[in-house]
Design a protein around this ligand. Sequence first.
Ligand SMILES: NC(=O)c1ccc[n+]([C@@H]2O[C@H](COP(=O)([O-])OP(=O)(O)OC[C@H]3O[C@@H](n4cnc5c(N)ncnc54)[C@H](O)[C@@H]3O)[C@@H](O)[C@H]2O)c1
Length: 246
Amino acid sequence: MTTKRFEGRVAAVTGGARGIGLAVAERLTAEGARVALWDMDEGEGKVVAARLGGAAMRVDVADDASVAAAVAATEATLGPVDILVNNAGITGPNGPVETYPVDAWRRVVDVDLTGVFLCCRAVVPGMRARNRGRIVNVASIAGKEGNPNAAAYSAAKAGVIGLTKALAKELAATEVRVNCITPAAVKTDIFAQMTEQHIGWMLSKIPLGRFGLVDEVAAMICWLASDEASFSTGAVFDVSGGRATY
Ligand SMILES: NC(=O)c1ccc[n+]([C@@H]2O[C@H](COP(=O)([O-])OP(=O)(O)OC[C@H]3O[C@@H](n4cnc5c(N)ncnc54)[C@H](O)[C@@H]3O)[C@@H](O)[C@H]2O)c1
């Protein structure tokens, strides 16, 4: 079933060139949105944007000037951002805290947590002024439970959950809603960053006994990006095949 929940809306999807972000961009477009892909991979972003009829910008979400330029370019080409999906993320390498490379820790936190902060910071003034908007942050079950050998990722994603709750309350007097989702493992290109052992461990934790599908995650994100999600803000939504128990 295809509805048109996003007719007249402009959406920015970070990391929209592939994986979960691509599935979100496709669904938002199918339901009427004009979508800007904010991705480090400009080449793939442009291919996707040409197919979807949207726009692509080369953005490093960890860089505030890059994010500011993306907001300006999106406004100029598509219009003000009504929907922000903070999806760009990296896992960093797997390994214990005691030997974890400091540079890798910093980059994971910069991209996965500071990147969400920077994108929110850049679009919230416009959403507040127009008194409408939806922000959906892609955290992870790792941020709720803490995955061993993925401390940087777990810490950054836990930070995304805290940021989501704080920002939602700051905007609670407006019509802007801010929520996050906590997926368990979904087979995408991100698996290339992890060890086979870690991927097997993640699968073993999922009661449904399989990886999630990008479309299953996109469905939840798109509901949270829609007007239907009007009485949820600062909330954490699981899409974890039964892994999450609270
Ligand atoms: N796949 C999973 O198992 C899983 C589970 C839980 C949460 N997540 C989260 O879902 C989100 C999407 O993951 P995915 O599996 O689709 O990953 P992916 O690797 O398939 O795609 C990520 C995209 O983000 C882009 N990107 C990376 N760093 C960027 C940066 N600094 N600025 C802009 N773009 C950047 C990449 O170029 C890529 O196109 C991530 O935040 C990830 O942590 C994924």
